[in-house]
Design a binder for this molecule. Structure first.
Ligand code: KIV
Length: 300
C-alpha cells in the first residue's frame, strides 16, 4: 500500500513499468516534446526509493554517489561491491514502476573482463537491477559489448566521471577545449556503438551536450550538461538539501530536508528533557483482557 492516498504519481505519463525499450523510444518523443523528457534521480535506501518511485520518476539510479552522501566517504573511490549491492537490494524493495539502474563501483569493472561481467551479473541476480551504469567512453567499448551480450543493459557515463577524479585532477567541467570536446563526442559514439541503451553526460558545456544528444540515437541523461539532453538526473540528497558540503550550481534544491530533520530532533530532545514527551495519551495502559488477566496492548 502506498503512503499516499491516490495519484501520487505526479507525472503526466501512465503508471506502466518503465523499460529499456520504452526509454529508447522516448529519445524520439523527447526531441519532439518537452514533457516526454526522462526524469532520473538517485536513491540508496527503501524509504527514499519508494518515495521517488511513487512520485513518478522514470529511472532510479543507485549511484555510487552513495559513498559520499550516505556513507560519508570523501570520494566515490572507496565504495565496495558489497556495499553497493546492500543498498541496491534495499532500493529494489522500494521501486515498482521506474527502471532500476545500479552503478558499478570503482574497481568492480576495471580489471579482468570476465570478472567485471560476473560483478555486473550480481547486481541483476542478487539486487534485481534492470541495468548497470559504468563510467568511461572508448576505454569501455569491450566491456559494454560483453555486458550487452550477456543481456545486461548498460547506461554509459562520460564527461566528468567522478571515479577518474585522480586522473582528471579534480571535479572539473570537461570538454571545454575543441580537442576535449571531440574526444567526448567520440566517447559517446563508442558507448552507443558498443550497445549501451543510454548515456549520462556529466559537467560539460551545454552546447557540447546538445551536439552529442543530436549525434547519438540513444537517450542522453544530463547532469550539469544543460537543458538539451533527453533527460536529467540529480543526486537526491543534493536536491533535498541533505548534504554537508556545498552542492554544484546545476543541483537545484527543491527542499531543505536537512533543516527539517535538525529542527525536529532539536524539538524532540527539548521535549524529552522537559518531560513533555511522552504524554499520558502517548503511553500504554494496563487493561483487563477477556479472561480477566492484565495485558499490555502493543498495537501502534
Ligand atoms: O553516482 C551518481 O549519483 C551518478 C549520477 C549523478 C549520474 O553517477
Amino acid at each position: 500500500m502506498s503512503i499516499f492516498p491516490t495519484g501520487a504519481n505526479g507525472s503526466s505519463l501512465d503508471n506502466s513499468k518503465v523499460t529499456v525499450p520504452e526509454l529508447l523510444q522516448r529519445k524520439t518523443l523527447a526531441a519532439e516534446s518537452q514533457n516526454k523528457k526522462i526524469a532520473c534521480v538517485t536513491a540508496y535506501d527503501y524509504p527514499t526509493a519508494r518515495l521517488v518511485d511513487e512520485a513518478g520518476v522514470d529511472v532510479v539510479l543507485v549511484g555510487d554517489s552513495l559513498a559520499m552522501v550516505m556513507l560519508g566517504y570523501e570520494s566515490t573511490l572507496p565504495l565496495t561491491l558489497e556495499e553497493s549491492l546492500h543498498h541496491a537490494k534495499a532500493v529494489r524493495r522500494g521501486v515498482q514502476r521506474a527502471l532500476l539502474v545500479a552503478d558499478m563501483p570503482y574497481g568492480s569493472y576495471h580489471g579482468d573482463l570476465n570478472e567485471s561481467v560476473r560483478n555486473a551479473m550480481r547486481f541483476v541476480k542478487e539486487a534485481g537491477a534492470e541495468a548497470v551504469k559504468i563510467e568511461g567512453g572508448e576505454r569501455r567499448l569491450e566491456l559494454i559489448s560483453r555486458l550487452t551480450e550477456a543481456e545486461i543493459p548498460v547506461m554509459g557515463h562520460v564527461g566528468l566521471t567522478p571515479q577518474s577524479v585522480n586522473a582528471l585532477g579534480g571535479y572539473r567541467v570537461q570538454g571545454k577545449t575543441p580537442n576535449a570536446a571531440e574526444q567526448l563526442l567520440r566517447d559517446a559514439r563508442s558507448v552507443e556503438a558498443a550497445g549501451a541503451f543510454s548515456i549520462v553526460l556529466e559537467a560539460m558545456p551545454r552546447e557540447l551536450a546538445a551536439e552529442i544528444t543530436k549525434a547519438v540515437q540513444i537517450p542522453t541523461i544530463g547532469i550539469g550538461a544543460g537543458p538539451d539532453c533527453d533527460g536529467q538526473i540529480l543526486v537526491l540528497h543534493d536536491m533535498l538539501g541533505l548534504t554537508f558540503q556545498g552542492a554544484p550550481k546545476f543541483a537545484r534544491r527543491y527542499a531543505n530536508v536537512g533543516e527539517t530533520i535538525f529542527n525536529a530532533v532539536r524539538e524532540y530532545s527539548a521535549d524529552v528533557r522537559s518531560g513533555s514527551f511522552p504524554t499520558d495519551a502517548e503511553s500504554y495502559h494496563a487493561g483487563a483482557s477477556a479472561n480477566g488477566r492484565k495485558t499490555i496492548p502493543i498495537a501502534r
